[in-house]
Design a protein around this ligand. Structure first.
Ligand code: ATP
Length: 362
């Protein structure tokens, strides 16, 4: 069992500086693949280093597999780490690199042979064991780093942006391989990235961080579909969630929201904000579009047409506001064209003035 319990962890690097990690609580289940996602400087790496024991927290506790490791040095935590820079030894062969940690632990020669071969097979480097890092591609070097970590059979695998030095195609390929590998190993894994596509595609769950705090934890598609705040909705998704400003109007016991001249029924939670402003969030793929006038739609105008292959990405203006929508590539779109749009009612997400989601609840 190697679940992870992080309780109220705080880390400040220097006096007078804002905490890099502020009172974070997080539970990672045994065998789970958890992704820490957030913009640069939000504290992801610091949280990972706290877990690894490379930083000491100001306060809070960390337990791995039920054992409090807060005061244990890194080598006693049963963790292995893979970094963005592969940090493999250039003067050692692939075999020696992968087996290095085992040699340090005085594991027997025959066991090293067996475990290194097994780890190398898992990352598809079985035929490269005698090569040196200079004779490998970037993707192969990163596989050496992954093999070096998994050969230690850690209770917890920590990865800090391991794909970010690879080119786009290699990233895509290695991402899928990594997902398969981690699923096979069934090792509790925490993976840091600022790349939301990576987070969506890899994680069993995602913890979205901002300014040292975790804002939302959930399964990738839940976080995508029901962002807890406008920040999360704007950070996850390509394009990001659209946000439209609207005013809540209450008359004769009926509450509506005026969105681009089109009154929308407001959910109960929004009624409490009557007279105030709300932000309506809607994903680009959840807006229906017509090339002619339609009843009960909003008039809009196409500004930019971007073909993406299967879809067209349209930037459209609705009154003074702008939004992006995705439609099929056979839609007869051209710039300046008047169109009619209608957000799918069940896909509307409602946020208060502070950017917190008020509806749907939960
Ligand atoms: P990135 O994606 O850019 O790596 P991150 O989310 O991993 O960012 P951290 O590296 O954890 O963020 O940094 C969080 C905050 O702590 C930042 O404001 C950073 O400047 C600060 N910080 C990180 N390491 C140190 C350090 N050794 N000394 C002082 N401040 C630090």
């Amino acid at each position: 069992m190697a679940d992870i319990q992080i309780q109220q962890i705080r880390k400040t690097y220097a006096r007078g500086q804002e905490p890099a990690v502020r009172d974070v609580d997080l539970t990672v289940r045994d065998g789970e693949f958890m992704v820490l996602l957030g913009p640069s400087g939000c504290g992801k790496t610091t949280l990972l280093r706290l877990l690894a024991g490379l930083e000491r927290p100001d306060s809070g506790r960390i337990a791995i597999g039920g054992t409090d490791v807060t005061d244990l040095p890194p080598r006693k935590r049963q963790i292995a780490m893979v970094f963005q820079s592969y940090a493999i030894f250039p003067h050692m062969s692939v075999f020696q690199n992968i087996g290095f940690g085992l040699r340090m632990q005085h594991v027997s020669r025959s066991e090293i042979q067996q475990r290194v071969h097994h780890a190398a097979e898992l990352v598809q480097l079985g035929d490269f064991l005698q090569r040196y890092p200079s004779q490998l591609s970037g993707g192969q070097r990163q596989r050496v780093a992954v093999a070096r970590a998994i050969v230690m059979q850690p209770a917890v695998l920590l990865m800090d942006e391991p794909l970010s030095n690879l080119d786009a195609l290699l990233r895509l390929q290695f991402r899928a391989e990594l997902k398969k590998l981690v699923a096979e190993l069934n090792t509790t894994t925490i993976y840091v990235t600022h790349d939301q596509v990576e987070a969506l595609s890899l994680g069993d769950r995602i913890a979205v961080m901002r300014s040292g705090s975790i804002i939302q934890v959930g399964a990738p598609m839940d976080v995508y579909d029901m962002p807890a705040t406008t920040f999360v909705g704007g950070f996850i998704g390509m394009p990001p969630m659209n946000f439209l400003d609207a005013t809540v109007v209450s008359a004769n016991g009926h509450t509506t929201v005026d969105l681009g001249g089109q009154p929308l029924d407001a959910p109960d939670a929004v009624r409490d904000l009557a007279g105030g402003d709300v932000t309506v969030g809607i994903r680009a793929e959840s807006i229906d579009v017509w090339d002619q006038q339609e009843p009960s739609t909003m008039p809009a105008r196409i500004e930019v047409v971007e073909p993406l292959g299967a879809d067209l990405l349209l930037t459209v203006s609705v009154g003074r506001q702008q939004l992006k929508l995705l439609t099929r590539n056979d839609f007869p779109a051209r710039p300046n064209m008047p169109i009619s749009i209608r957000p799918q009612q069940d896909k509307l997400r409602w946020f208060d003035a502070a950017g917190e989601r008020v509806a749907p609840a939960g």
